[in-house]
Write a protein that binds this ligand. Structure first.
Ligand code: SAH
Length: 410
């Protein structure tokens, strides 16, 4: 029978007998766990040598003796000779030092688990009967995949004093376009403060007792003022809760994430930011538009349509090698188009308006700078939309050139 035990090896002496590749792998792991390893071997392979040099590991350069186990909490024997490993295991037994025996088919008094981590959760797989590393790794990987998908109930049940805030960029909407890290933090959250945009469907997967606070803004309406959102984040984190502030796209692109981070800093609350796929790039992409394209567009100018038209935006619109990407820009389209025309932008500069990118109601309207206002009104274009102005917005940009057969001349 095996009892799986979570052991803290930090600062504790672990003796590794043998200097081959198995020792190298274990040495690396032990060093990462903060253990104090000591290697006993007449010679060591390159990988072990590098770890010894890089981490100042003690190396006793000879064959092992029973006395080498003095002061050890744990031993690991991988000499490549089963008889030697068995002898080491015997010394360990008499000295009451737990021993991992890496010989094929051997059973030491301890065995290492195939491990995976997700946040502060550690999962280990061991076997009661014969060692089977590939099976253990297979089970471990399957659990790791579930953890990555946020499919396991990893939320802490016991409140720790350490409340915190994570600003999570949720991407443009589909649940599989949020990052793995964002998904994990959502699965661990006690409180989720969410917007109208972004992957709102992931909220349905959360435990029923997770508190979801909707602070979603529609353009022109501001149901929850930013100061109140900041205060909410701080207040829940102070109560010891894990707070996720879920945002559409990326938290630092027109998301006021910077203000929320500053508010947490001011209140002494630990805060981190998880990037998300910003609609600046992903929404044009959903319509097949690359925001840069070799030979067509070498730069991107991103602008908030609600801000005044600045000289840099006029310059970008006038530059044929720059793609202008406008967020929150439906109302500003007539003004931007007029400014562009006044700056001498050719009437046929392509414009694409992509509404609700990456959702089932996605719609792309292609037009030109001269017709943009009229066409957008005729189509009833609405937010959320990303407007792309520049040659990359041409409908045929990525289509193969028509093959001329010669028949055209007949
Ligand atoms: N932080 C977000 C942007 C927030 S501002 C990001 O990085 O993407 C909100 C604006 O983003 C909307 O007005 C619209 O211009 C754009 N937007 C966000 N999601 C969108 C989507 N799925 N389709 C079209 N536009 C979107």
């Amino acid at each position: 029978m095996t009892t799986l035990l979570g052991v803290s090896l930090a600062g504790r002496t672990v003796v590794l007998i043998g200097g081959g590749p198995v020792t190298a792998r274990r040495l690396e792991r032990l060093l990462a766990d903060g253990a104090r390893p000591r290697v006993v071997a007449p010679e060591v392979c390159e990988a072990v040598r590098a770890l010894i040099d890089d981490h100042g590991v003690v190396w006793v350069r000879r064959r092992a003796r029973a006395g080498d186990l003095a002061g050890a909490w744990l031993a690991h024997t991988a000499t490549g000779d089963p008889r030697v490993d068995a002898r080491v295991a015997g010394w360990c037994e008499r000295r009451r030092v737990l021993c991992v025996n890496a010989s094929d088919g051997a059973h030491g008094s301890a065995r290492l688990a195939a491990e995976t981590r997700s946040g502060d959760v550690v999962v280990g797989i061991v076997s009661d009967a014969g060692v089977d590393p590939r099976r253990a790794a297979g089970v471990r990987d399957a659990i790791a995949a579930l953890l990555r998908d946020g499919a396991l109930p990893v939320r802490r049940r016991r409140r720790s004093a350490a409340g915190r805030v994570d600003l999570v960029g949720g991407g443009p909407g589909p649940t599989d376009l949020i990052t793995v890290r964002g998904r994990r933090l959502l699965a661990e959250a006690d409180v989720v403060v969410a917007d109208r945009l972004g992957p709102t469907d992931v909220l349905d997967d959360l435990d029923p007792d997770v508190e979801i606070i909707d602070v979603g803004k529609a353009p022109g309406h501001h149901p929850v003022p930013q100061e109140e959102i900041n205060a909410l984040l701080v207040e829940h984190a102070r109560a010891g809760k894990r707070v996720v502030r879920l945002k559409g796209g990326d938290p630092f692109v027109y998301g006021r994430g910077g203000e929320e981070v500053a508010a947490c800093h001011a209140a002494g609350i630990p805060v981190e930011v998880v990037p998300g796929l910003t609609s600046v790039v992903s929404v044009p992409q959903s319509a097949g538009i690359p925001v840069t394209h070799r030979g067509t567009a070498a730069g991107i100018h991103v602008v908030n349509g609600q801000a005044e038209t600045s000289p840099s935006t006029i310059a970008a619109l006038a530059d044929p090698s720059v793609t202008t990407v406008v967020l929150m820009g439906v109302a500003a389209l007539p003004r931007l188009a007029a400014a562009a025309r006044a700056a001498g932008v050719p009437a046929d500069r392509p414009v694409a308006i992509v509404e609700s990118g990456h959702t089932s109601s996605q719609r792309t309207t292609r037009t030109t700078i001269a017709d943009a206002d009229r066409v957008a009104r005729a189509q009833g274009v609405r937010n959320p939309a990303v407007i792309v102005i520049g040659d990359v917005a041409r409908a045929d940009l990525l289509l193969p050139l028509p093959v001329l057969t010669g028949d055209e001349h007949r």
